[in-house]
Ligand binder design. Structure first.
Ligand code: PLP
Length: 431
């Protein structure tokens, strides 16, 4: 199986985190997002335990909330002792509503509005990760007005290509995120930031991309960032106290994807950082990473009910479901791959189908070219695996379709974390 929390039982039915998928589909209805709570916690602990082993108390993993953002996930992050990344006032509000401590929130984003900045300062969130000079000036003014000194990390673009999907690449020079080193703009950015008395410049941030499998991406960015740290000391006598190297470890969506040994990777990154700072005579900074996908992706599964099966002689076969690009736009957006399984039965006889959604777009394909039983028919349940990241959080109401509920699975049972969106919900803002 693509993930070890998925099993095929002797009677052919699929289980996820020890629960029967067809039974959950009947109980909660479809389309349905399932999340394996133990897996989320285990994934957090991979980071937390290895960080402690390598850095003692001088490191913190931040969950990148954009991967899946709802109250229960923030309660879990709080219980596990994670920090979080937020990219909007909405994510911050959700985390605070869930009782997440504001001082452990890091506020990201390349397009923070005045309102976002005011909201972040007002709620005394721990750190702003400032993306650009305009934001820097606005934040300095807002912090001064509210009479506080705001802690800040500065986002730098190190100029590294992680060789992932183009849409998921963020660390090369020519992107909309951060301030590039190569052009000298980053140096001026730090210089200006250091002159602003309402800001406390704690350190630097970079993020190279997402769904990254390359062995040495973090080591490469550490090389670039530590050299920049040495330069800042030389030019301004400024010592970087915190270094955040972003998120991005890839997860397995299909059999051809590697399984990344996260603790082993982190140990290597930690060793590399320690070596580099020693060589440059720098102090070891407080270390941060921002995993999103690798915390929640393999904890998720989406379950659909088949509406129709179209067998077009001489052309393709389609399985049409009760969901689609509204609950999972990732294939439409950038051709993302998924493993698709029949949830009710196995067979010797398979056919190849495009798994399609119900939206009024020919491009509404959840996944092309999937193998499913030849006799797949209306009423059958289909599972799409590894949908815990960037599915719920990217969902939409296109065609006025309500979003699916999120059901958490535990060893003892299951519970609703987000209820299904109703037709009344859809009209709630209409005047
Ligand atoms: C998206 C993002 C992350 C998380 O990336 P994953 O691939 O989900 O681990 C972390 N930091 C920043 C700045 C991001 O944009």
């Amino acid at each position: 199986m693509i993930s070890d929390n998925i099993r095929r039982e002797a009677d052919g039915t699929l289980t996820f985190a020890g629960h029967s998928v067809p039974v959950l589909a009947e109980q909660y209805g479809t389309p349905l997002y399932l999340m394996d709570e133990e897996r989320i916690r285990r994934n957090c602990r991979l980071y937390l335990d290895t960080f402690r082993e390598c850095f003692g108390s001088e490191a913190l993993p931040l969950y990148a909330g954009k991967a899946a953002s709802f109250k229960q996930i923030y309660r879990i992050m709080k219980e596990e002792g994670m920090g979080i990344d937020a990219v909007s006032a909405g994510e911050i509000h959700t985390a605070l509503e869930a009782g997440f401590p504001p001082e452990k929130i890091f506020f990201h984003g390349d397009g923070k509005t005045d309102e976002d900045i005011r909201c972040g300062v007002k709620h005394r969130i721990g750190y702003f990760i400032v993306d650009n000079p305009e934001e820097l000036e606005q934040l300095a003014a807002e912090a001064a007005e509210q009479g506080i000194v705001q802690k800040v990390l500065l986002r730098i673009t190190p100029g590294i290509d992680p060789h992932t999907y183009k849409a998921l690449t963020t660390g090369i020079v020519d992107v909309k995120f951060g301030v590039p080193l190569e052009t000298g703009q980053a140096l001026a950015f730090v210089h200006r930031a250091l002159s602003l008395p309402s800001l406390s410049i704690c350190g630097l941030h970079c993020h190279i991309g997402s769904q990254v499998f390359d062995e040495s991406v973090f080591e490469d960015s550490i090389d670039v960032m530590t050299e920049f740290m040495a330069k800042l000391r030389e030019e301004f006598g400024y010592e970087v106290k915190m270094l955040n190297v972003g998120g991005g470890y890839g997860v397995r969506y299909v059999d051809s994807d590697k399984l990344i040994d996260i603790p082993a990777r982190i140990r290597r990154v930690a060793g590399h950082l320690k070596e580099r700072v020693q060589e440059l005579g720098l102090k070891l900074p407080f270390f941060l990473m921002e995993p999103g996908r690798s915390i929640v992706a393999d904890a998720g599964m989406t379950v659909y009910t088949v509406s129709s099966v179209k067998r077009i002689p001489g052309y393709k076969y389609y399985v049409v479901t009760d969901g689609g690009m509204t609950d999972n736009p990732r294939y439409c957006l950038y051709g993302a791959h998924y493993t698709v399984l029949h949830a009710d039965r196995e067979t010797e006889l398979y056919a190849v189908y495009d798994l399609a959604g119900r939206c009024c777009e020919s491009g509404d394909i959840i996944q092309p070219t999937v193998k499913l039983p030849e006799d797949t028919r209306r009423g059958d349940h289909i599972a799409v695996c590894t949908t815990g990241a960037y599915n719920f959080s990217m969902s939409s109401n296109y065609n006025r379709i309500g979003r699916p509920p999120v059901v958490m699975l535990t060893p003892d049972g299951s519970y609703l974390a987000v209820r299904r969106e109703t037709s009344e919900d859809l009209c709630a803002r209409d005047l």
